[in-house]
Design a binder for this molecule. Sequence first.
Ligand SMILES: [Zn+2]
Length: 206
Amino acid sequence: MKLPTILISTLSLLFTFSAGQLYADDQTQAAAAPVEHEEHGAHEHGTAKLSLSVGETGLEIMLDSPAVNLVGFEHMPDTDEDKQKLDDLVEKLEGGDELFNVNPEAECELKDTEVLSGLLGDDIGNAEAGTETAPTTAEPQNSDAHNDVDVTWAYACNKPAELKEVAVKLFSAFPEGFQRINAEWVTDKGASAVELGQDDTIKLTP
Ligand SMILES: [Zn+2]
């Protein structure tokens, strides 16, 4: 599915507007919330960015999503229930084959999954090297922050030239999570972008 650029722009504006309103509500409740880091761009609940990159040896898929889409919350886990949900999430994400299907002719195999999140103790929101969160205070530093989850799936493919399609099943895998996923892909033959509103197959052809 491909929308005309002008329509995508209009939709983006609409979503930005409504997300801005939600955000304002959030911030009245949590006035001390740290400002979202600019380099991460807009953090809109219900949306995510998906990037597919085809190289000489395989396929890399990257998801950049607000944590709430995947685990239902963004505060630091402070109960056993929250921690269990995070453990379950990591396990689910590592089962990448249930989230994506690559066309079989390319003979791809999921080799590695990396899951990074402030909720897992990773410092992904801070680009300054050498800055560490001091674990000195009893209260979690990021308790009111908006946290992301960044996932990278690395597929090794015997026939990467045969990579034609990737079916994305994130909407059904996280039925409460996504309203919209902005997907972009790049191969040595071209690049394009598509906005997904449901599970769909991305065709990696110009
Ligand atoms: Zn958030």
